[in-house]
Ligand binder design. Structure first.
Ligand SMILES: Cc1cc2nc3c(=O)[nH]c(=O)nc-3n(C[C@H](O)[C@H](O)[C@H](O)COP(=O)(O)O)c2cc1C
Length: 329
């Protein structure tokens, strides 16, 4: 068997890998991470910096976001011809150290290399999707992508599950804490120094409104944002829940990696996604999201999947100088 030795990334590789990690989705675009490069790899730290956390489920959402960043780093390393080995939560004395990624001279994983192609074009897409559903063979690929990272993508195909999910999302939307909503609006307002999510990325205001709200999140309820517009949404979007068998920090990080793997796979097949995590942020509603399922898991993300009608612009990222804590050379 070939010996696999460690590889030290050069300065430009460190920047490329950090940029890929930072392109991951994160809760309300808070980018709650920082990266350290060492002689033999990279560390991903949970780092809420001074970011306001928009949800009551911040601890989970931060780890999910960091898990997605870890996956992008792995894909970027594969593209650069390196192998990688991930240790999740490697230091019991440092719970904010999410993962240590050893960079090795083993052959890169060709699937990760291929998925890297979609890192920059993946978006959270809050625009209406085309009416047709995602083909079963593509859904199977997304299910398999989640499974490879230790999570389950449960499709809500049957009633009463589908309707129950819609009801749950709507209920959570309508009962959301007023202070949380106002705080989020303040960060999206054109008066904010730099809106956390640009107008073009929020998608249109759903037309119609209560009681038929679509399962897409209007991040800026009540804000009248110039240029946003309104639109009717597809009548029956594909909905799915990403689940894990446990509900601890390690599971959230696995769910984040699974999320990013399936989102990149989806992007490669022309499938867009947005999220409706409202019921997961409400401690009372969350147990209902997966509680009625035949196989019970812990829900980590609620996804809407479909064919895009529009490609939103990229949301801004923090400069890499703020995100990289230390370089190896
Ligand atoms: C843990 C987590 C939770 C999220 N929850 C929602 C959500 O409930 N609704 C939504 O529209 N987007 C949600 N997002 C998407 C982020 O808002 C999005 O990733 C961020 O604004 C960056 O934009 P991008 O994904 O287009 O790069 C979530 C992302 C993560 C990682």
């Amino acid at each position: 068997m070939r010996h696999t030795g460690h590889v030290t990334l050069n300065a430009s590789e460190q920047l490329v890998v950090a940029a890929a990690a930072a392109a991951a989705p994160s809760v309300f675009n808070t980018q709650p991470w920082s990266f350290t490069f060492t002689e033999d790899g990279m560390e991903v730290h949970a780092d809420p910096h001074d970011a306001w956390m928009p949800t009551a489920s911040a601890a989970r959402d931060v780890r999910l976001s960091c898990g997605a960043a870890v996956f992008n780093a792995r894909a970027s390393l594969a593209r650069r011809g390196h192998g990688s080995r991930v240790s999740v939560l490697p230091d019991a004395g440092d719970p904010l150290l999410v993962a240590r990624i050893a960079v090795t001279d083993a052959a890169p994983d060709p699937v990760l290399d291929e998925l890297y192609r979609w890192v920059d074009s993946r978006r959270t897409n809050r625009y209406p999707f085309r009416p047709e559903g995602v083909p079963a063979d593509v859904l199977a690929l997304l299910h398999d992508a989640a499974r490879r990272e230790g999570a389950t993508l449960r499709l809500l195909e049957a009633e009463p599950e589908y309707q129950r999910m819609l009801t749950s999302i709507r209920h959570a939307t309508w009962t959301e804490d007023e202070d949380v909503r106002e705080d989020r609006d303040a960060r999206l307002s054109p008066r904010a120094e730099e809106p956390a999510i640009p107008v073009g990325n929020l998608g249109p205001v759903p037309r119609g409104g209560r009681p038929d709200d679509p399962p897409v999140r209007d991040m800026a309820v009540g804000l009248d944002l110039p240029g946003r517009g309104s639109a009717a949404f597809e009548p029956h979007p594909d909905l799915a829940v990403l689940e894990t068998s446990d509900d601890d920090a390690g599971s959230w990080i696995a769910a984040g990696q699974a999320l990013q793997r399936l989102l990149l796979e989806a992007t490669g097949h022309g499938i867009a996604a947005s999220f409706a995590n409202q019921p997961l942020e409400d401690a009372e509603l969350r147990p209902d999201v997966s509680g009625g399922a035949a196989h019970y898991g812990y829900p980590q993300m609620v996804l809407r999947l479909g064919y895009a009608t529009e490609q939103p612009p990229a949301s801004p990222r923090r400069p890499l100088s703020q995100v990289i804590r230390r370089t190896a050379a």
